[in-house]
Design a protein around this ligand. Structure first.
Ligand code: MG
Length: 225
């Protein structure tokens, strides 16, 4: 079934297109995973079937025992663009939302070791919870937003979008040279430090004041369904 995303105040719901993500976009998060800072942005995608709404349930697949939360600022593309210059990027951003880039860290580590792609660690069903989006006009300074995540009320991530290595303008410009951006595409801009495992029964809340809140609960599958 086609998934849609709501933009506050709009009558139209965007059908979700591709979901482009950047890895390692905050220095403190690179350090906590012991990764090297990449020269070029590390880009990957999630399928739209990975999206669940606010209030939904994350289902950790049985082939993982280490699903990490990554709270991220999400962008909603509102206008088609290719080779977008950095200074024109905001003309293509319709709104901002809160996302989780859920990552099966054990599976991803195994894939990295073997030089294999990450989709089974990053794109499984329910791996991309998304809040509703606020219009870009309501967020005058997207590079100065606090990102917080709690698990069962305990603070785990507390970062600021000012800490991005590749800020939104550069990141979206770069992505648009590789992928034509289309209305309904979503961009996840990376996570600050504090990522960690989720367990069966956890209640997760990610928040970006001025943008929104996202709440999900977590179920761990133990046998292949
Ligand atoms: Mg991420």
């Amino acid at each position: 079934m086609m998934k849609h995303v709501k933009l506050d105040g709009a009558t139209y719901e965007f059908p979700i297109g591709k979901i482009l993500c950047i890895g390692r976009n905050y220095v403190d998060h690179i350090k906590e995973l012991g990764n090297e800072a990449p020269d070029a942005p590390v880009i990957f995608m999630k399928p739209s079937s990975a999206v669940i709404d606010d209030g939904g349930t994350v289902v950790i697949p049985s082939y993982s025992n280490d699903c990490h939360h990554e709270a991220e600022l999400a962008l909603l593309i509102g206008k088609t663009g290719k080779n977008i210059p950095a200074e024109k990027v905001m003309e293509h951003v319709a709104g901002f939302g809160v996302a989780l880039d859920l990552t099966l860290r054990d599976v991803q580590s195994e894939q990295k070791k073997k030089g294999l792609p990450w989709e089974i660690a990053k794109g499984f069903d329910s791996s991309c919870p998304l809040s509703s989006f606020v219009s870009a006009a309501q967020v005058p300074d997207p590079q100065n937003l606090t990102i917080r995540l709690t698990v069962n009320g305990e603070l785990r991530q507390d970062g600021c979008t000012a800490m991005m290595i590749h800020p939104i303008a550069d990141l979206v410009s770069h992505m648009s040279r590789i992928f034509t951006l289309e209305p309904g595409d979503i961009i996840l801009t990376g996570t600050p430090a504090g990522v960690g495992p989720l367990r069966h029964g956890d209640a997760v809340q990610a928040e970006i004041p001025q943008v929104g809140k996202l709440r999900v609960n977590v179920i761990q599958m133990t046998v292949m369904d």
